[in-house]
Design a protein around this ligand. Structure first.
Ligand SMILES: N[C@@H](CCC(=O)N[C@@H](CS)C(=O)NCC(=O)O)C(=O)O
Length: 214
């Protein structure tokens, strides 16, 4: 699909909340500028103009529009650039996909708490929160994916929810490869393998996200 607009994603030189947006552009085959700013550049230039003073932001058509919030940006891209049904074909399917996107993003809170913990006691508390949240997420994801014939979230094929799940499983693998137990979560593992080898994503993933478990 040829893009009618120009896009500039402003985020840090990190995966974080920017990476699902990068994956969506890649999946849609739409070019964009992947501007990775330093903490200093962010504070001096971008934070002041960001609608919520937080990254990522998406500039459209050289600043004519500026969107905030990673999930709002992703939904916008999924709706405007994605194939028919990419956020779900029906309203209830879209709500189901939303729930998987939000549940995936919910894990960012414990991820950051572990990363930012100032001392061993805080880190231990954050790790308990993380482990509990991850087990619940994987258990519920496994339960759902075991019921779908195509092993994606929705019957019509890949949606933005599958992109978010792919990204979160990759983050979990990086934190602790034992999180993704193939025996306990066979459908989650199958989903991960299938998404990693999706022809639209494969080359990028092989280069940027080497895996120890696939
Ligand atoms: N709900 C927001 C949260 C954004 C957020 O927390 N961004 C952090 C980086 S991941 C940030 O901008 N930190 C820099 C700052 O606070 O100035 C989203 O998903 O985009």
């Amino acid at each position: 699909m040829r893009a009618k607009h120009t896009y500039r994603l402003v985020y840090f030189d990190a995966e974080g909340r920017g990476e699902p947006i990068r994956l969506l552009f890649l999946y849609f085959g739409v070019p964009y500028e992947d501007l990775r700013v330093s903490k200093e550049e962010w504070a001096e230039k971008w934070k002041k103009v960001a609608p919520f003073e937080l990254a990522p932001i998406l500039e459209i058509d050289e600043g004519k529009k500026m969107l905030a919030d990673s999930v709002a940006i992703s939904r916008f891209l999924a709706k405007t650039l994605g194939p028919e049904g990419f956020i779900g074909r029906t309203k209830s399917d879209a709500a189901k996909a939303d729930a998987f996107v939000y549940s995936s993003m919910d894990l960012f809170t414990p991820f950051y708490l572990v990363k930012m913990a100032e001392d061993d006691q805080k880190r231990a508390g954050a790790l308990v929160y993380l482990t509990t949240s991850v087990s619940r997420y994987l258990r519920c994801l496994e339960k759902h994916l075991a019921t779908t014939e195509n092993n994606y979230v929705l019957p019509n094929g890949v949606t933005w929810a599958d992109i978010y799940i792919l990204f979160v499983i990759h983050i979990l693998e990086g934190m602790n490869p034992d999180f993704i137990d193939k025996e306990e979560y066979p459908h989650v593992f199958k989903h991960y393998v299938k998404m990693r080898s999706n022809p639209k994503l494969k080359d990028y993933i092989e280069e940027k996200w080497p895996s120890k478990i696939v």
